[in-house]
Design a protein around this ligand. Structure first.
Ligand code: MV4
Length: 450
């Protein structure tokens, strides 16, 4: 096992990785910007190195500074967390070139999945179901017209280098296609330096369901079930649950078997998540994330495993040591992403937290780097705490979240706690009756209602 791991991240996820290392007897190195000198991830790590000024591009994205920090502290592995450099294939390559282990997939797999066309092509060849659309990149507007006529309108033009909702344009009919094609390509070129686009039939009311997988370097691949991440606003997830209210055990097993077979074939390693759109009982693969995700705790709660420890073990070359049949799903888990934002307008609300009080009790977990007196810096994303609960049933998990949200105190800044409480109290949410569009409408309705 590794002796020392450098954690190339900040906030709650840096703390999350530190905790796994600590329990495994691995020492940790925190890196931080000057804005984060008093941050909890720095306080708890065994060592810390300042890697630059507040802007992420000069610190948490500063590859030479991070590699130097690893060298001077004698770290033997790097955990990238999520965001920042976590899905940067060149960074993973440089980490390995410096003789360090990258705690994640191979650079080649990160690169493949970063290209949404290559990712879909690989999954198609491996028999994973996709949304109907173009086979590969569109070479001309004529080809776009032809494929759109085949799959029928409405259609979406998506950027190969996109993902997470960036670089997407809908065309509801043939008159809108040329404009969508032109705008998507222009935006993709400007945002990613790559104007390759592809086309898919537009699904109008899907759920976003993703599957958590883990692979060792000995050919073993398992899945840890699905998460329903449909409750999002402007591509920011607010609530995630495991399992999905719309899947039964047989459907989960069938999807899992198909996906683990595909990833074994691909020679994938470490953790990953396959994103699907689900509509009318059908799954369609859209993208794969080659990192540990924000919402991984709901999976941990229903499976009773520590995904970060598993990442560390397989990155060190250990075999999984268990099979799919030994992974069981117990009860239901829900996560609320509490952010430092106005709960009505979503305006950022950085600043000093006077009082922080975390809820507790059976089945309650809070992943947060907050403490009383901490100042949330304005330079980074606004996530301040993940409140995750487990219950024997979905109804128990919701009841537990309602009482935990009511117990939680974050004073001095605005947070989304009141919005989360309102979601938990909503009858449609309680019935599990929602799509990817539900939350935007809920937020609008709440605002009108005053
Ligand atoms: C789609 C779609 C409908 N049809 N693809 C948005 C983010 C990116 N990961 C894929 N996205 C979508 N792709 C087809 N063919 C609708 C979305 C989408 C979405 C997907 C998941 C979660 C939230 C979403 C919000 C708006 C649009």
């Amino acid at each position: 096992m590794f002796g020392k791991v450098l954690i190339a991240n900040r906030g709650e996820i840096a703390l999350r990785v530190h905790r796994a290392c600590q329990e495994m007897g691995i020492r940790t190195v925190a890196v931080h910007s000057t804005a984060d000198a008093a941050a909890m991830h720095v306080r708890l790590a065994d060592e810390s190195v300042c890697i630059g000024p507040p802007p992420a591009r000069d610190s948490y994205l500063n590859v030479p500074a991070i590699l130097s920090a690893a060298a001077i502290t004698g770290a033997d592995a790097v955990h990238p967390g999520y965001g920042f450099l976590s899905e940067n294939a060149s960074f993973a390559e440089m980490v390995e070139a410096h003789g360090l282990a990258f705690i994640g997939p191979t650079p080649a797999h990160i690169r493949m999945m970063g290209d949404k066309i290559a990712a879909k092509d690989a999954m198609r060849r491996l028999g994973v179901p996709l949304v109907p659309g173009s086979l590969g990149a569109l070479s001309s507007i004529e080809e776009a017209r032809q494929v759109a006529a085949e799959v029928k309108y409405p259609v979406l033009i998506k950027a190969a280098a996109g993902g997470g909702g960036r670089g997407m344009k809908v065309a509801r009919s043939e008159d809108e296609l040329e404009e969508a094609w032109r705008v998507a390509r222009t935006e993709a070129k400007a945002a990613f330096g790559n104007d390759e686009v592809y086309l898919e039939k537009y699904l109008d009311r899907p759920r976003h369901i993703e599957l958590q997988v883990l692979a060792d370097t000995h050919g073993n691949v398992v899945h840890f079930g699905e998460r329903d991440c449909s409750l999002q606003r402007r591509h920011q997830k607010l609530v995630e649950e495991a399992g999905s209210p719309v899947l039964n055990a047989a459907e989960r097993d069938a999807l899992g078997a198909q996906v683990t077979r595909a990833l074994r074939e691909l020679g994938y390693r470490n953790a990953g998540t396959l994103e699907f759109l689900w509509q009318d009982g059908q799954f369609a693969f859209i993208e794969m994330n080659t990192r540990l995700q924000v919402e991984h705790p709901v999976t941990e709660m229903v499976c009773g495993i520590d995904l970060v420890k598993e990442q560390l073990r397989v990155a060190a070359g250990e075999a999984l040591g268990y099979g799919q049949s030994e992974i069981r799903f117990h009860g239901h888990a829900i996560e609320c992403r509490i952010t430092a934002e106005d709960p009505d307008t979503f305006a950022p609300s950085p600043g000093r937290v006077h009082t922080y009080h975390a809820p507790g009790g059976l089945g309650v977990r809070v992943d947060s780097a907050l403490y009383s007196g901490y100042a949330v810096p304005p330079h980074y994303d606004s996530l301040i705490a993940k409140l995750v609960v487990h219950g024997a049933t979905r109804a128990e998990a919701i009841a537990r979240l309602r009482r935990s949200l009511a117990e939680m105190v974050v004073d001095g800044i605005s947070t989304t706690l009141p919005l989360h409480l309102a979601i938990m109290e909503d009858p449609e949410f309680q019935a599990g009756n929602y799509t990817i569009h539900w939350l935007e409408r809920f937020v609008a309705r709440r605002l009108e209602g005053g």
